[in-house]
Design a protein around this ligand. Structure first.
Ligand code: NDP
Length: 333
């Protein structure tokens, strides 16, 4: 078996040297366990937080142990009545080719309903994060202006499309022209901005948000968020989902720096983690699945091939190399 362990805790931007590939025998199965062969591994920005020692809503990764995250795989041996050999499953498993897992920690997925990768993207963590963060905190009404940062990423592109389904005017901020074109042409965002090339983000935002901002779904934090929040309307809602611009910063969290704006506009600003909605996940999966089936929702994935590429794929998230969900395919289904 092969696994990828956290060798050292990154300071600032992580590098491939923070990880190490190791060989280890696959342990024998105990009663109630199954052996899962990985097919798709998810790499996610939140994993950067777990690589640091600091306290969070989720425990830090331990040095010398395999990184864990979302994995879709196939049961290749079973000592459990819950799963048969050949079943496709999802779970929070190690960055390993094979995982020995307690069957109760897995959920079956059906590749006749959706491609296996979708259970790690639109029908998984990122799709659900978009769904609950936007609809529970943002609560966009028809005709309102919704701005989403990190708009061409896994969470962001689903947020924008759900906001369109709800009848909002949707503005996406992303880091390349290829991404902004995709959002406008393929996903019908009303307007987009490339934060890397625009001269003056605040002015450009003002132009594309003539009626101000009612909902801001924040994936990035920092100066992009300052510019958006400066345009808040009265009773605006801000869903704080992520702050990727600060994850590798050694200065800690930055912002928001516009408290008086929040007060004057009586805006609601609320951080959340998907785990808050664990008891409603079937509702989210059902709604997202319905929109997919109706053709109202599209999703995109950037799939890198090969177990050797997992650390690289993770690092690429911080360079914006992905359109939609970044995944690594480590075996054929
Ligand atoms: P994405 O698919 O959005 O990938 C990350 C993207 O972030 C990159 O493609 C890049 O796009 C952008 N980015 C990278 N560095 C910066 C930077 N310095 N400034 C601005 N943008 C940057 O990842 P996810 O959709 O999985 O996650 C999006 C956010 O949501 C993250 O902050 C993540 O931590 C958070 N999250 C929160 C959850 C929760 O429960 N609260 C659950 C899941 C995710 P670009 O080219 O546009 O720069």
């Amino acid at each position: 078996n092969r696994k990828i362990i956290l060798l050292s805790r990154p300071e600032g931007m992580p590098t491939e040297q923070n990880f190490e590939f190791r060989e280890a025998p696959v342990p024998d199965l105990q009663e109630g366990q199954v052996l899962v062969r990985s097919i798709y591994l998810s790499v996610d920005p939140y994993m950067r937080g777990r690589m640091s020692e600091s306290k969070s809503y989720i425990e830090p990764y331990r040095l010398g142990e395999a990184i864990v995250g979302g994995v879709v795989g196939e049961v290749v041996q079973s000592q459990s009545s819950l799963f048969n050999v050949g079943d496709k499953v999802i779970g929070i498993l190690g960055w390993q080719i094979y995982n020995v897992v307690e069957a109760a920690a897995l959920r079956k997925v059906d590749d006749t309903i959706a491609p296996l990768s979708a259970y790690l993207s639109v029908l998984g963590l990122t799709g659900l994060t978009a769904y609950f963060g936007l609809l529970d905190i943002g609560r966009p009404l028809e005709g309102e202006t919704v701005v989403v940062s990190g708009a061409a990423g896994a969470v962001g592109m689903i947020v924008g499309q759900i906001a369109k389904i709800k009848g909002a005017y949707v503005v996406g901020i992303a880091g390349s022209d290829e991404k902004t074109q995709f959002l406008e042409k393929e996903l019908h965002f009303d307007a987009t901005l490339n934060y890397k090339t625009v001269d003056n983000l605040s002015q450009a935002l003002e132009q594309v948000c003539p009626n101000g901002v009612d909902v801001y779904f924040d994936n990035v934090g920092g100066s992009i968020s300052d510019a958006v929040m400066n345009l808040l309307n009265n009773h605006a809602r801000i869903a704080l989902c992520g702050a990727i611009s600060s994850y590798n910063s050694t200065d800690g969290d930055i912002g928001p720096r516009i408290q008086t704006k929040l007060i004057k506009t009586r805006s609601l600003i609320k951080g959340f983690v998907l785990g808050d909605y664990a008891d409603r996940s079937s509702e989210g999966i059902q709604e997202l699945g319905k929109w997919l089936a109706e053709g109202k929702l599209k999703y995109e994935e950037t799939i890198i091939e090969g177990f050797d590429q997992v650390p690289h794929a993770f690092l690429q998230l911080f360079k914006g190399a992905n359109l939609g969900k970044m995944l690594v395919k480590v075996n054929e289904p």
